[in-house]
Design a protein around this ligand. Structure first.
Ligand code: URA
Length: 311
């Protein structure tokens, strides 16, 4: 038996142990494709979001913006209600004075501008102290992300749940266990050539204190952190786990289904993005694991084709 086939048998056993084999048997990954057979970047009608050029309609609303992050500042003593109202700058005044139909300039998000030049350490502090949206009110702690800061693979989820909020690490609950097995099937491990992050860094809860998906406003307020993480990481490929992650990375119609976004290699700037089902969904619909495995194989192709690309 060759080393490669021994490895494949070992992985098959491992996946079966986890109850996801033989569905997760690797079928497509060995197939070498030329760039021309990688599916076209987008299904028709799905717009690309580039990191630097958001249309004004998609800029985070001014009302969500707190004062610029002051790295020397101690953790904000007060919650969202006490956040100072941003002082309007002349350019915002000009935009406000203009007729509604002729918005000349997008409002400047000073906080986002500051975030765009932060180091990992600064990001960590900024996220821990963030008050950019009301999710800061209920968090035990913010969850920036975890993994190899030079990872080739970035996996983006929705937002922390109860366990993640408690432990300060993404994907440590039941969905995280499945994600770990998905990583292993790709020969990846948490922290080894992979980085796990979320569209929002604080746990969204509903009126009953249960986990819920983040709203579009919450995702928009948090997006500068994710954008900075991507710029610092420069991953070779991004896997968007579920619709919230896909919309945060690619924009587009909030009503679009993950099923429509799957099976295409999208782009975030120059970085390939593959959309697949969120592991929490796969726990509820295990039959869709086979589709998700196909998506991961597509991502593996994109990884192999693109290599490490500069953003
Ligand atoms: N679901 C997510 O999307 N992210 C986590 O960190 C945990 C569960």
């Amino acid at each position: 038996m060759t080393a490669a086939s021994a490895d494949s048998v070992r992985r098959g056993r491992f996946l079966q142990e986890l109850g996801i084999g033989p569905v997760w048997v690797q079928r497509q990954r060995a197939v070498q494709t030329s760039p021309s057979v990688v599916p076209s970047p987008l299904p028709s009608g799905v717009p690309v979001r580039t990191p630097s050029a958001l249309p004004p309609s998609e800029m985070p609303p001014v009302t969500m913006v707190a004062a610029p992050v002051n790295m020397k500042q101690e953790k904000a003593a007060s919650a969202w209600d006490d956040v100072p109202v941003p002082v309007p700058v002349p350019v915002q005044a000009a935009a406000a004075a203009a007729p509604a139909t002729t918005l000349l300039v997008a409002p400047i998000d000073d906080g986002a501008v500051a975030i765009a030049s932060m180091s990992w350490q600064e990001l960590d502090i900024a996220v821990a102290n963030c008050t950019r949206c009301p999710l800061c009110r209920n968090r035990k702690q913010a969850v920036l992300g975890t993994g190899d800061p030079k990872a080739g693979w970035l996996f983006v989820g929705e937002g922390p749940g109860a366990v993640e909020d408690q432990q300060g690490e993404p994907f440590v609950g039941p969905a995280g266990k499945l994600l770990d097995s998905m990583l292993l099937a790709l020969d990846l491990r948490r922290g080894e050539n992979s980085y796990l992050a979320n569209a929002v860094k604080c746990r969204p809860v509903d009126a009953d204190g249960k986990d819920r998906p983040p709203s579009a406003d919450e995702s928009a307020a948090c997006r500068p952190y994710l954008e900075r993480q991507i710029t610092l990481l420069k991953p070779a490929v991004i896997v968007a786990l579920g619709k919230v992650a896909a919309l945060s990375l690619l924009g587009g119609d909030p009503k679009i289904a993950v099923a429509t976004l799957r099976e295409h290699t999208h782009r975030y700037g120059s970085i390939p993005v593959v959309v697949t089902y969120h592991p929490a969904y796969l726990l509820r619909k295990p039959l869709d694991k086979a589709k998700s495995w196909r998506d991961l194989c597509l991502a593996a192709q994109a990884y192999a084709n693109d290599g490490k690309l500069a953003v």
